[in-house]
Write a protein that binds this ligand. Structure first.
Ligand SMILES: *Cc1c(COP(=O)(O)O)cnc(C)c1O
Length: 356
């Protein structure tokens, strides 16, 4: 039986978007392929509030995380982490032989502009990585305020992971001075997994040209060059996903509208927070709550695994806590195309199962 997914990706995909995956195949060196990538790029520029080049990657979002930290770090990367996905950047650095330092916040606390300033003042770093929306913690970092600090250090490249927030929250890449703003299809955008995208500044590309051993498949310079020159991709891209993404971006921009979409996410998030505060507690510090996924402390000590089993029988799925937070917390995602009606129905089922 298919269940309604309230997990932070992959999310349910609308039937008309899914149908686009069945578009007849095209040659990836054809004008049609260039036109398709060009249209996607234009729409992503609107969604990311940027004039920068848009690249696609036939990988999940982690592919562009690895591409950007490996291609842009010449000196040393300052990796800021507020949870599992922030830690992933550090793992990517160390496994690629990239000099990096790991700045972890206390549980539930954000990466602050002050922390970034302290690190950059040392002059040791030429890359900063920040997770916009930490999916394990249900926490959104102040990427715009952090950007104001980074602007004072013109040699620093600013990499932002917006995998679970792009399409669900407003991120103004150019205003924040973000050099690489990356995301994946399968979270707030509501497209099946298998493709990733990013905006890339000229500064990031110029830096990458000076870095040796960028690898082949995930070489930012090569991917950017093909996108810039021909609106194409160096290897064979996931064209079925491109058709679906192109179509979905039209729906986001023209049918629902960006502001409406961001407001809907904010409203759903508020409903879950109010509910969580009534019965449980929130993991993230107030002021830094995520608008696409909420991490709720399991203060009553019920079994989250059993809850999910029972929810499955009733047609729903939520997420357990991530990593160390397993069973200590649970997560309800409210991203992509979930509605208030869906969400209220889920919350009533949880109340019923746990006798709240
Ligand atoms: C899901 C997620 C990732 C990993 O994305 P993939 O597309 O699975 O590679 C990275 N960062 C965040 C914040 C995520 O939520």
């Amino acid at each position: 039986m298919s269940v309604k997914l309230f997990i932070p990706g992959p999310v349910d995909v609308e039937a008309d978007v899914l149908e686009k995956l069945a578009t007849p195949q095209i040659g990836h060196r054809s004008k049609e392929a260039s036109d398709l990538q060009g249209r996607i790029a234009e729409k992503l520029q609107k969604l990311m509030f940027t004039k920068n080049l848009i690249i696609l990657s036939t990988s999940s979002g982690s592919g562009i995380m690895e591409m950007s930290i490996r291609s842009c770090t010449k000196k040393r990367a300052a990796v800021f982490s507020v949870g599992a996905f922030g830690d992933r950047w550090y793992k990517m650095a160390t496994t690629n032989n990239i000099p990096a330092d790991h700045f972890k916040s206390e549980p539930g606390m954000p990466t602050t502009p002050q922390m970034v300033e302290e690190a950059l003042k040392t002059g040791k770093y030429d890359v900063v990585t920040v997770t916009h929306n930490e999916t394990s913690a249900g926490l959104m970092n102040p990427v715009h305020e952090i950007g104001e600090v980074i602007k004072k250090y013109p040699d620093v490249i600013y990499l932002v992971d917006a995998v679970s927030s792009l399409g669900g929250a407003k991120i103004e890449a150019d205003k924040a001075g973000i050099d690489v703003l990356l995301s994946s299809t399968q979270k707030s955008l509501g497209v099946p997994p298998g493709l990733a995208m990013a905006s890339v500044s000229e500064k990031a590309i110029e830096r990458a040209k000076t870095v040796e051993n960028r690898g082949f498949y995930l070489d930012l310079v090569n991917v950017a060059k093909k996108a810039q020159e021909k609106n194409q991709y160096p290897t064979t891209p996931a064209t079925p996903h491109m058709w679906a993404l192109d179509y979905k971006l039209d729906k986001i921009l023209n049918q629902e509208g960006l502001e409406n979409r961001f407001n809907r996410h904010a409203k759903l998030a508020q409903i879950v927070r109010d509910w969580a505060n009534k019965y449980f507690a929130l993991y993230a510090k107030e002021g830094y709550y995520s608008n696409t996924v909420t991490t709720i402390m399991n203060t009553k000590g019920h079994s989250v695994a059993d809850l999910n089993k029972e929810l499955g029988k009733r047609g729903y799925m939520i997420s357990n806590g991530y990593g160390d937070l397993k069973e200590k917390a649970f997560r309800i995602a409210h991203m992509a195309d979930r509605t208030e009606e869906d969400l209220q129905a889920l919350l009533r089922e949880i109340e019923d199962i746990w006798n709240l």
